[in-house]
Design a protein around this ligand. Structure first.
Ligand code: BG6
Length: 282
């Protein structure tokens, strides 16, 4: 069977041998293997019992990024902290296997629903190919009035060694440096490298990016409908401050997170929005 459900996790296999796993908690993609190699990072300290967002994989940030003074929601919103419904297999052929999840306001715990009191339906479609995974978020505003939101596909990549990691495609872009009190800067490097804590929102990013993992392999990122890209590595002190992250794991991960977070996205009553990414091992 190309798709199986066990203990609230959906296991997907492609005829080529590539596999993916999606936890119903957060609809979090927690594994993506191509040629037997795990391409996503999940902390060995990650909590998987549904009491905290899973530290790794592709958590979904929605409807806020970080925290907002006037919105009573946990950091990064509720999508990664809620159980989604598995809609089923959308298609399954030799090219790709596609599954879908949904989250409606009525599925939220009341505290979360009160924090963002709008009617909405999120759909999340995960499509596994031989060397690729495509993750697309759809949103329908089921209210009459406009609401605004932020969202991010908070992808944690497995990095054999962070010292060898480079990110292409960010040159000449403005970024907000969250490590330097939100100061705005211009990226001048062809390739972004990580040698200390990095927490940056690159704004208005072209749709093609590439993350290189030394000589081992690269992963291309094609995004659609999402303007920005966050690059994050907690480095030493922040790693120590996170209870669900091993102190040494910052050597082995990088987050390159496509989303729309620098500005609110407005969605009119009855309207739909979609945004997503395709990751492909090169
Ligand atoms: C990133 C943010 O997207 O997520 C960082 O830019 C944040 O500021 C990181 O630290 C992890 O957030 P959390 O809530 O999963 O610890």
């Amino acid at each position: 069977m190309p798709v199986e459900e066990k203990n609230k996790v959906i296991y997907i296999s492609h005829p080529s041998g590539s596999t993916a796993e999606v936890a119903l908690y957060g609809a979090t993609v927690t594994s993506w293997k191509v040629a037997g190699i795990e391409r996503l990072f999940v902390s060995k300290e990650a909590i998987r019992d549904g009491s905290k967002a899973i530290r790794g994989g592709i958590p979904l940030v929605f409807p806020i990024f970080g925290t907002k003074e006037n919105i009573q929601l946990p950091q990064h919103g509720f999508a990664r902290n809620s159980y989604w419904e598995f809609v089923g297999v959308i298609h399954d052929n030799n090219e790709e296997v596609s599954v879908r999840f949904t989250l409606k306001d009525t599925q939220l715990e009341s505290k979360l629903r009160n924090g963002w009191p709008y009617s909405f339906r999120l759909t999340y479609t995960v499509t596994l190919g031989e060397k690729s995974i495509n993750t697309v978020l759809g949103l329908k505003n089921e209210d009459e009035d406009t609401f605004e939101f932020n969202t991010l596909l908070h992808t944690y990549f497995n990095a054999p060694n962070i010292a060898d990691v480079t990110v292409d495609g960010l040159k000449s872009l403005n970024f907000i440096d969250k490590v330097a009190n939100g100061i705005k800067e211009l990226e001048t490097r062809d390739q972004v490298t990580i040698h200390s804590e990095v927490d940056r929102i690159y704004c208005n990013v072209p749709n093609h990016l590439q993350v290189n993992f030394g000589k081992d392999y690269s992963i291309s990122i094609e995004k659609t409908g999402l303007k920005d890209t966050v690059v994050w590595n907690p480095w030493i002190e922040k790693s120590k401050a996170m209870g669900d992250f091993d102190n040494e794991e910052y050597h082995n991960m990088i987050c390159v997170e496509v989303g729309s977070v620098a500005d609110w996205v407005k969605l009119g009553g009855g309207e739909s929005w979609t945004g997503g990414q395709t990751l492909c091992v090169l």
